[in-house]
Design a protein around this ligand. Structure first.
Ligand code: AHR
Length: 327
């Protein structure tokens, strides 16, 4: 081919390559450093949220610094102060409990560092102290769980035992409230015992053992409602060790949709779960980048979806799709 024609063809090919090149984050996004005060690793869901946050940050070339608070608010407060001292561009906070944030969040505000809440809320008095919150509607999650149980039980009398999440956590308060509202419409459903299992498998098992003892070996329990799947996995173990058949003699409904609960549903040992996405950081980072780049003010609440899964929703497929996500 003559040289002139070869050069023209080269030009066209370069043009096409540039036009179809993938979107490259802007210079601003590439320079962002975000400090994330994470609660800890109390549950499979929490572990997945940490893993997914890292990959969502990498996708957007954001430098994400994670501080693990080991379930303690005082450690979260220290981490936020340290992020402020380092001059990060933004702070992500998964607040272990809902109260006690005003002083430290005021410090971040004075330093002009935007704060985004992930997966849990703080008291309404702190609304001006953060940019946006990426969370599910945790009252609704409790309602979905309660409505499912009411339908599954029908007219028969049903004594329910409840495993609550961490005391003072917004999601524990709200999941209780939503469930109580849903079952209040059905006189045959009654919560007979309710105690915290702190969102962990070990405590879920321990508390369920005490419920079983107190309820005549579990004979009078018709259903277990747990504020997360990890506590339910612990409770299932306790029921099996007591010679009970979870999922059959005793119905189960919990929240998160972690791979292990799908395994239990496949085995017929669990009945229902309400999904909480572990991807809170992706929408939070998009909101932050738009805010930093273009000054776009995000809505005060970015709500994630809450989907119910039961044995009819191909639990094996759900397990396979989730097992590699860091749960
Ligand atoms: O805040 C979300 C909750 O925290 C999850 O449902 C639970 O598993 C976690 O510990």
């Amino acid at each position: 081919m003559p040289l002139k024609k070869t050069l023209a063809l080269k030009k066209i090919l370069i043009g096409v390559a540039l036009a179809s090149a993938p979107f490259v984050p802007t210079a601003t996004a590439a320079q962002i450093t975000v400090g994330f005060s994470q609660i800890g690793s109390e549950s499979g869901w929490r572990a997945a949220e940490t893993t997914v946050s890292k990959s969502e940050a990498t996708k957007r070339s954001v430098n994400l610094k994670i501080a693990d608070a080991q379930q303690k608010q005082e450690n979260q407060i220290k981490a936020i102060r340290s992020f402020v001292a380092q001059g990060v561009d933004a702070i992500f906070l998964a607040p272990v409990v809902s109260s006690g944030w005003e002083a430290v969040l005021k410090e971040a505000k004075q330093a002009k560092i935007p704060v985004i809440l992930l997966d849990r809320d703080i008291d309404p008095s702190g609304k001006d102290l953060y940019l946006t919150a990426v969370t599910s509607d945790s009252v609704h999650e409790g309602e979905v769980a309660g409505d499912w149980l009411a339908k599954a039980v029908g007219d028969k009398a049903c004594n329910i035992v409840e495993l609550q999440g961490t005391v003072g956590a917004s999601v524990a308060t709200n999941r209780k409230k939503g469930f109580d509202t849903a079952i209040a419409k059905h006189a045959n459903l009654k919560v007979v015992r309710s105690q915290t299992g702190d969102f962990t498998r070990a405590k879920g098992k321990e508390v369920m053992e005490s419920f079983i003892k107190a309820e005549g070996g579990g004979k009078s329990i018709c259903a277990v409602y747990a504020h997360n799947d990890d506590m339910m996995v612990g409770a299932i173990q306790a029921m099996k060790e007591a010679g009970l058949k979870p999922g059959k003699d005793i119905l189960t409904v919990s929240i998160d949709a972690v791979p292990d609960i799908f395994k239990a549903i496949v085995a017929g040992e669990a009945n229902a779960t309400v999904e909480l996405t572990p991807n809170m950081a992706g929408p939070a980072l998009d909101a932050l980048i738009a805010y930093k780049d273009k000054g776009t003010e995000p809505p005060k609440w970015i709500q994630t979806e809450s989907k119910l899964y039961t044995a009819t929703d191909d639990p094996q497929k759900a397990y396979d799709s989730k097992k590699g996500l860091g749960y």
